[in-house]
Design a protein around this ligand. Structure first.
Ligand SMILES: [Zn+2]
Length: 298
């Protein structure tokens, strides 16, 4: 996104000419600094932060039409690469706030995605710093993650290990396994195959596979994902729903369901009694619950 946005104001022609002269010099400087900061390599993140901070100062103090969104985003990313998470989050939230006020839905969703990813990185760093078995496990998972990008016996074995981690007792391990599988196109193909072959005879396994796909599709949003999107992303006739856990109340996103399911009322319960039910393993508390329909949505 560019840094400037067209702006109109009621001013006299002379004033307008003067304003334009002043604005051009400030805006020229803003553009130059922005390009300079962007061109710096990641090792120079400290320098990036300094330039972006000057830029924000310039934008807020001068009468320009520059939009600070891109500066907040880029400074946030620079802070994040320095592991200064609190400052990074502050910038991403400032950008989110602007996007929401401007009614920019796409940018709002991007910001929510970035905030989620940043929270996940922060969490991983905290676990690594604490050390112990869990830190080691996460480190191994990270080290071997590209194995699920390949083909052959080793890739099959790696896929099975990460798929098993989706039901681990620890929520951070489950989330990491889902992220790793969701990022690999080859793993996504396998998940699609599992969903298709298991949805009739092993709904829990189908649901575990489908949720990795659903979480990916629903990243940054608690909204329903309709079948058109799922057909486009995965070639699957599915919708993905959000539903709070019946035990802990936390929202679980990306629950795979039939394409018509969003239009038929559904609720959560701790058993599968109903016309149709989808089992869900809660992302937060790790207990099983069911999304249930009184009328079959298929
Ligand atoms: Zn729960």
């Amino acid at each position: 996104m560019g840094i400037f946005r067209k702006r109109f104001a009621a001013v006299s022609p002379l004033q307008a000419e003067n304003n334009q002269k002043n604005a051009e010099s400030v805006e020229g400087k803003i553009e130059r600094l922005f390009a300079e900061a962007k061109a710096l390599p990641w090792e120079d993140s400290e320098k990036k932060v300094t330039i972006y901070t000057d830029l924000l100062d310039l934008i807020t103090k001068s009468d320009t039409s520059a939009n600070p969104s891109a500066v907040y985003r880029n400074r946030g990313i620079a802070y994040r690469s320095l592991k200064r998470y609190a400052e990074a989050m502050q910038d991403f939230r400032a950008e989110l706030d602007l996007a929401q006020r401007q009614g920019d839905r796409l940018r709002t969703m991007q910001c929510q995605q970035i905030i989620e990813e940043t929270e996940a990185s922060k969490r991983k760093d905290e676990i690594a710093a604490a050390g112990g078995e869990k830190a080691e496990k996460l480190q191994t998972m990270d080290r071997d993650k590209f194995m699920v990008w390949g083909e052959g016996l080793e890739a099959d074995k790696a896929f099975d290990r990460y798929f098993a981690d989706l039901t681990d007792a620890d929520c951070d391990i489950r989330a990491e396994a889902a992220r790793i599988l969701g990022e690999s196109p080859k793993a996504v193909q396998r998940l699609i195959a599992i969903y298709q072959s298991c949805r009739g005879n092993d709904p829990r396994r189908a649901s575990l596979a489908g949720r990795v796909l659903g979480r990916n599709a629903a990243k940054g949003s608690d909204e329903m994902i309709h079948a058109e999107i799922s057909r486009m992303l995965y070639g699957l006739d599915l919708s993905f729903l959000p539903c709070p856990c019946v035990h802990c109340g936390r929202i679980n996103r990306g629950i795979p369901a039939p394409p018509r399911a969003p239009w038929v009322p559904y609720y959560h319960q701790d058993n599968d009694r109903g016309a149709y039910a989808v089992p869900v393993l809660c992302d937060s508390c790790g207990k099983d619950f069911y999304v249930v329909w009184d009328q079959d949505p298929r």
